[in-house]
Design a protein around this ligand. Sequence first.
Ligand code: KE4
Length: 423
Amino acid sequence: MYTRSEELFKQACAVIPGGVNSPVRACRNVDCQPLFIRAGKGSHVVDVDGNEFIDFVLSWGPMILGHADEEVTRAIASAASRGTSYGAPCPDEVALAELVIEAMPSLEMVRMVNSGTEATMSALRLARGVTGRAKLLKFVGCYHGHADAFLAAAGSGLATFSIPGTPGVPASVVKDTLLAPYNDLEAARAVFEREGADIACVIVEPVAANMGLVLPKPGFLEGLRELATKYGALLIFDEVITGFRLAYGGAQARFGIEADLTTFGKIIGGGLPVGAFGGKAEYMRHVAPQGEVYQAGTLSGNPLAMAAGLATLGQLKNRDYGALEQKVGAFARELESILKAKGVPIQVHTIASMFTPYFSDEPVTNFDEVKRCDQKLFGEFYRQMRAQGVYLAPSAFETGMVSFVHTDEDFSRTLECAAKVRF
Ligand code: KE4
């Protein structure tokens, strides 16, 4: 069934750490081997053994128009026919910057980078440069890419000090990273009361999607906005996932909250390596070469990536996000009732075009509660769905993504497969 994938994985493990170029792809969280994908079209992918799957990973978010969208593919091919990189400004960089700014209420300027990690790393440096402060507040379970300062784990007990979340990050680097539980506004307030004068920024996933899908409690984001303003810290919305997915204008448009800085990735590159950070001109004018806060990148604004992003956002502008949300909401509710009928504890979180099945009947509002969900049941569900041709995110800490080209047939087939799962 998967022999070519198994051969390739063995080959890959000899030359690439863990056989993959990003850890979650190794499928270790669901105790199976990764599939090597040969092609994708629309809402489906085909692996190297010719198995076809309904894809709910969508490259972890970028492929909201589906794989090999014709307009995006044409735009990339046309740009490539004129060259692939110049290390000089090109017209599409300006066009994409203007499109992102037009879409996002809080933006006046934006800088293109090559990944979400670069975007958040640069936004943090900018916040520190603008405020002259060193500390940052992040929330346990939120992921902002792998820049050292964000790879902090919660210290012991309720202390908000951090310890390195991984070898290779010195304690000195995370000593300025303060932590609080997601959705715990009182904890965030306490951190600000104690450390507010030294906090450069508070960074948050406005909808958490890296501990599975955890929605912000009413008032949580509004409270962070007030705290940041009160203490002179910058509020950074990490919209690498939610940008152009939660709504065309992202979480800030959907929730009506203006961040000081916003970070992007994934969708704005249409599947090519793009990230971006942006905000009001009063902050962004500090970025080199206009200002003193250094940030750079050989391939930033790459013409192929800009063409892909423009072709993607240009189409998204006219898409009906509300209709997609209704479809995905109905699917999530049906999935939840099918699994509930099997007698397992289950709740399926969903917003916009995202969903996560949590195998638990308890409230899931932060990372500690996510960790109490039954990961074994999730693994069993994942493996049996994949065996039937449904490609879910291979981790209980990730989020299912739906595109504008997933069909009613995709949803009904997926629900039929779920009905056949045996726990
Ligand atoms: P990248 O450096 O992977 O482009 O973006 C980092 C990042 C920043 N902020 C948020 C909210 C993110 O979700 C991410 C990356 N997302 C993960 C999936 N949840 C990427 C998948 C992977 O690591 O392979």
